[in-house]
Design a protein around this ligand. Structure first.
Ligand code: HEC
Length: 116
């Protein structure tokens, strides 16, 4: 009957990994960053068109998002704001950016916030 223990162990491991994979689905997906995200052609234009109207130099929001240095320094806050997670949802007043753009920003962080 010692195989029974193996079966129990298998069931527990399978159930646990199912629980974790389901949880993962609720969080924005950042695991499949297959394509390199480019700062110059993807991140900067997105910030420029969606955020700079309020976050340009000299604004009063507390966040200046005009170049690679300040965008990467504030990357976590920016990502949180795109989800409205623990900070105000941005762009202010909504609607939120589409999932593809948010995912792209998350992948850019994952890939090391490159200035590419
Ligand atoms: C219409 C103006 C406007 C636009 C567009 C805008 N923001 Fe903001 N943002 C603000 C203001 C004002 C604040 C200060 C906090 C508040 O009033 O909610 C702010 C705050 C923030 C904060 C700090 C949030 C917090 O609660 O600490 C982050 C991060 C941010 N914005 C990122 C962005 C990003 C990224 C974009 C573009 C996707 C963006 N914002 C677009 C006006 C704007």
């Amino acid at each position: 009957m010692k195989y029974q223990h193996l079966i129990y162990a298998f069931v527990i491991v399978t159930a646990t990994s199912l629980v974790f994979s389901c949880k993962k689905d609720q969080v924005p997906v950042v695991s499949d960053c297959v394509d390199t995200v480019y700062f110059a052609t993807q991140i900067a234009p997105m910030i420029s068109s969606k955020c700079l109207s309020c976050h340009d130099v000299g604004n009063s929001t507390g966040y200046t998002l005009t170049n690679h240095t300040n965008i990467s320094a504030n990357a976590s806050a920016v990502l949180n704001s795109l989800h409205g997670a623990s900070v105000a949802l941005m762009p202010k007043g909504g609607p939120a950016l589409n999932d593809t753009l948010i995912q792209q920003f998350a992948c850019w962080i994952n890939q090391g916030k490159l200035n590419n």
